[in-house]
Design a protein around this ligand. Structure first.
Ligand code: ARG
Length: 539
């Protein structure tokens, strides 16, 4: 096994001056050989608090967000028939699952925080990992969070002022979205436990919502009547595969819609280092979350089609709300709109949790100012936090939400705030169709490269210890399909694809600036290069 790290040390000859926070992956040498770009989460990783259930709610919490309630129209209007739409939901789910299974292998072999950043650094060198972090910190994470926040705002406003409103000032939606971003950032700053608890609660609610839709759909289909007492003939009138499109590019666009709904399957990989038992739990989390999500998505979509005529599904951006109003009337649409906005809020919490860790690792690595790689209050010396004398209220808060002896605010506060600010920025200026395409192209480029890494590492390092190994066909299927999707995007949206390429390339000089500066200083000063100047001054 140690040859892995020898290999890595050869790849990154300058490694090892910045401490890895004391955490070493199973079997790795405890000091010295941790390569640059693979530091992981440092001191957060010393506190292994995450369990199987936390992992489950992190991944499901992000996957089930807006998509299953909003994308159905995008899918069915492209492929033409309900049956074909269901097929797309299944295919997209399986594709996401192959990606997640490949990531599970990587996460088991390299159990560090940081997700794709660490895997890319290991496979292709630190620059690749840096470019991922560069794109993820500045665009992918905050961009997708902003999209989810805006959708949350739209549904919430829709619930409050009624689905029928003709015109809503977009700033009302945006204010709700900003409020959501602010509160979610705050919860995550207070404690890991607070973030994960809220996540667990909202995950439960999402399943309730999906189950509710499914059961209601089946009841309406079987009895033939809606809960308002109207006769519902939608499902009888339907020929499930009538008018199916034969144009491949329509299917590709539909698949993109489905993939957005399943996106977030890499979420647990960002925090592998904080799992109590990563090599056992990560594959378990992925192989239970993915089938659960696929089944509930497919059932919910069948339910939409059982109740609503195809034309109505095709023409609405808010299928779930329309479903509610058809079955229960105005009250139904309000309930469903609230459920969807809660679901988005949950996705936002999950996304923020991991985004915070990603920015934090970037700070630790010296990619961004070192301040962002710091933990909040009480971080330097755990004994300080156990000796705290506190008033009743803060002790109570501590008991409820504190992370064991670390108390409150043992979180990457600065990273979370930075992420919150960028997200809010996108939310304010965001032009969403552009953001969504950009997200798809950039996201899938990195997914593709990372999963390709599974295959490359199998060849280059057959002896690497892999507690979990997926079938070799899994990464191959994922790579082929994502390559197909990316090539479609190049032709369909050349400008946006170019923008993605330009953005990623713009990261290269930044890499040399940050890393060169860091390494020069660390040669002289022993690994403190990425600390901001005022740290040196205090010394
Ligand atoms: N699947 C989520 C939804 O349907 C979107 C996830 C966005 N991805 C991310 N990595 N933040 O809303």
């Amino acid at each position: 096994l140690s040859s892995t790290f020898d290999f890595a040390a050869n790849l990154f000859p300058l490694s090892s001056t910045t401490g890895a926070g004391g955490y070493a992956p199973i079997g790795a040498p405890t000091s010295g050989a941790r390569p640059r770009g693979m530091l992981g989460g440092g001191s957060l990783e010393k506190h292994k608090t995450l369990t199987y259930l936390n992992g489950l709610s992190l991944i499901i919490g992000l996957i089930i967000g807006s998509g299953v309630f909003s994308s159905p129209s995008q899918i069915s209007s492209k492929v033409g028939s309900p049956g074909a739409a269901i097929v797309v939901w299944i295919v997209a789910g399986i594709l996401a699952w192959t990606g997640a299974a490949s990531y599970a292998e990587l996460g088991g072999a390299i159990p560090l925080n940081g997700g794709a950043q660490v895997y890319l650094a290991k496979t292709f060198g630190e620059l690749a990992g840096f470019l991922f972090t560069w794109t993820a910190v500045l665009v992918l994470k905050p961009g997708s969070a902003a999209i989810i926040a805006i959708i949350m705002g739209e549904y919430f406003v829709c619930a409050v002022i009624g689905a029928e409103a003709e015109y809503v000032n977009p700033w009302i939606n945006k204010s709700v979205a900003l409020a959501g971003i602010f509160s979610v950032t705050l919860f995550n700053c207070v404690s890991t436990r607070m973030g994960t608890r809220i996540n667990d609660m909202l995950m439960f609610l999402k399943f309730v919502a999906l189950l509710f839709v499914t059961v209601v759909g089946i009841v309406v289909a079987v009895t033939g009547y809606t809960f308002k007492g109207e006769k519902d003939v939608a499902w009888k009138a339907k020929d499930w595969f009538n008018d199916t499109s034969t144009d491949l590019s329509n299917w590709a666009v539909a698949l993109y819609g489905g993939l957005w709904a399943y996106d977030g399957w890499d979420n647990t990989n960002y925090v592998v280092g904080e799992f109590r038992n990563p090599s056992r739990d990560l594959p378990r989390v992925i192989h239970s979350a993915m089938p659960l999500v696929i089944v509930s998505y497919v059932l919910a979509n069948v339910a939409y089609f059982l109740v609503l005529p195809v034309e109505e599904v095709n023409s609405s951006n808010t299928v779930a709300v329309m479903f509610g109003s058809k079955v229960f009337g105005p009250v139904g649409s309000i309930i469903l709109a609230l459920m969807v906005s809660a679901s988005c809020l949950g996705a936002l919490t999950s996304s923020t949790f991991t985004a915070g860790r990603l920015v934090y690792v970037a700070g630790k690595e010296g990619y961004i100012p070192g301040l962002f790689g710091k933990i909040g209050i009480n971080n330097q010396d755990p004994s300080v936090s156990t000796q705290r004398t506190r008033n009743w209220a803060s002790r109570k808060l501590d008991q409820l939400f504190g992370d064991g002896e670390m108390g409150l605010f043992f979180t990457p506060i600065y990273a979370l705030v930075l992420n919150g600010v960028i997200t809010a920025g996108y939310c304010i200026v965001g032009e969403f169709p552009t953001l969504v395409t950009f997200y798809g192209v950039a996201g899938y480029t990195f997914y593709f490269c990372t999963v390709l890494g599974v295959i490359i590492l199998r060849v280059k390092e057959p002896q690497l210890e892999r507690p979990y190994q997926t079938w070799i066909t899994t990464p191959i299927i994922f790579c082929c399909v994502s390559l197909f999707l990316l090539s479609r995007a190049v032709f369909a949206r050349p400008i946006q694809t170019l923008a993605v390429v330009a953005f990623v390339i713009a990261g290269i000089p930044v890499y040399f600036w940050r890393v060169h500066g860091r390494d020069k200083l660390s040669k002289a000063g022993g690994g403190d290069a990425h600390k901001p100047w005022w740290r040196f001054w205090k010394k």
